[in-house]
Design a binder for this molecule. Sequence first.
Ligand SMILES: [Zn+2]
Length: 250
Amino acid sequence: MGWTHSTDTETHEMWIRPEFVDGIGTSASTVREGVTMVGVGDQSWRPAGEVVAWRVVCDCEHQTQVMDPTRSQWVSSNQWVRVPSPSLEDVAAGRIFADDDATPDIGDRDEVADAAKAIWRRHHIRLVDVDEEISLALAAHRAAAVAIDVAITRGRRAGRTWEQIGRVAGMSAPGANSRWKERIESPAVADVVDELDAMITDLDGQVITAAERVGLSSIYQLATRANNGHRPSIADVLTMAARLRPAPNE
Ligand SMILES: [Zn+2]
């Protein structure tokens, strides 16, 4: 059993902990003389029949650059109480029926696993990811600003007047001119446009829509940043694009 979630610096492993009236179990189990036993620390066991509840637990490891990783444990405040009959079971309401054999591996049941993962994500992992989310959003914000510069540079190269650009941007010709003229004349922006154009040309045969160009431009910025300021390869950009897209099963 165990589900993991990793960021650049953290690893989280979730599991479902069996609990007794007077103590907690481990993820280990064994069978002794036909009786299913649940681990309670090193090499100690109690009969699975004594399990009265389960709880979602996460073993968290934070990687630091100078020292050994720091370890901590998160324990959900939600508890599933073990009920004596299948008719009393309601996983969403915190009631689970399990015979003794099924008690140690309750997470093998899809319904329980899904509920456990939902609790883990909602109350723990979502908060773990928040720092990464802030940093990615700020990077995306800066990347979007560059994407605007890139698009306007393209417009100017295609012969658009400031009046035409201003109309699209909802401002006057002098307004558009004073806002972007200096920015798009900087060599840095010109380089990015050249590199993106080279990249788009290399994706030969594919029709790149305006929305995709903006996306590519933003992701290019993020990939450049991830690459310590050096020009990323097309493969790096496409890998990052795939990573930023939500996975189908999430
Ligand atoms: Zn954790």
